[in-house]
Design a protein around this ligand. Sequence first.
Ligand code: SAH
Length: 444
Amino acid sequence: LAAAPPRRALLSPSLPTAPAPLRLRSGTGGEAEAAGGDRDKDGAGAMLRHLARKLRASGPVTVAEYMREALTNPGQGYYTRRGGVGESGDFITSPEISQVFGELIGIWCISEWMAVGKPNTFQLVELGPGRGTLTEDILRVFKQLASVLSKCDVSVHLVEVSPKLSEIQAVMLTGGKVQPNPEDESAYMKGISKTGIPIFWYRDIQDVPPGYSFYLAHEFFDALPIHKFQRTEKGWCEVLVDIDPEVPDQLRFVLSPSRTPATQNFIQPEETRDHVEVCPEAGVIVHRLASRIEKDGGAALVADYGHDGTKTDTFRGFRNHKLHNVLSAPGTADLTADVDFSYLRKMVQGKTATLGPIKQREFLKNMGIDLRLQVLLQNSGDTSTREQLLHSYDMLMNPEKMGDCFNFFALLPHHRLVHPAKNDKPESKSPLPPVAGFNELLLK
Ligand code: SAH
């Protein structure tokens, strides 16, 4: 891949200019911002009033319902109105830290496409694209490797519920030249990327047309609503959100008086933890991805912070790069919980094979990040760019920063990992190429 100088200003080591260090959503330490502040300025008053009315009328709601309202309520949700990814927002993510991240994922797609014999068409489908930076970096790689992809018909499909973020993505990827509500498509918007590739926007993965696809979900599953459960002397109860009767306009957690439908459906009899979080929506979406991959081929790459069914209370909020009380000023802060990879694996069982989760630093090392860094360093003349490159490499790879807590997890058709039914001459088959990232990248 030709050396490209960093396209955008990478975060400088001397940052932050923000009042607090830039916060990764994976982080847990730090002081929570005081409750309440700036409520009306941010429209939190309207969201709180809406929730309070609902709670008074029909009683406490599940944490999942609270999270859904706070994040994606069509009028006042956090992603609908604010969606603060990036340095000037509420939290920072890998694609925003370094262009190298997206470039290596672009190479991952091409490597998988080559491994299955270069099908003549593929869709790049991104779930929750934020500012659109990851897709932008991937499309630059596709352009640089145009000779390799010359006979392949590529299209981009973005699944995004936030009107505000889809607008930002449209500007980033197409220069703002988009057509809303195209009549001939299931998409709510379409356009052409600056590199000439058609791009479509949808609210739901089910609207994306079928076909051989690479599905990417970077820091997407952690934003989906979770249920929370607590073991008590009476058995499993569900944690709910209610209005505090003592303090006007304040929310509080309460326990369901007894089991709820969710406790019965989501807690395994062999569970040993005392507190459990479950994200059924993540289960439904990953199951849909697996069904599509089983039917039409392709792969899904999920990158997020998470655990393998071991952690307990991970629900947290972020605002202006600071931890934020999850129940205060809903709609003005990002809410998130660790992804349970063991749950995702269970939900795709039988449909696709899975790889990982493996640590981000191992995945990126296998993808050749060290070599890519060397090329960029050699091509950058000035000291400040070199410092930025080294700083962003450290952010992505350092085990104490993003290197260890972010994981990569993939879904692939079974036949991608194991040859279909053994015929009488198994030795005549060529070995399957290893899946890049989970093994060292071998691009011929
Ligand atoms: N992938 C980006 C952004 C992560 S933030 C990055 O890493 O920088 C989460 C993203 O998911 C946002 O774009 C948000 O608007 C979107 N999102 C949240 N809930 C969603 C849902 N239910 N369906 C589709 N997109 C959703």
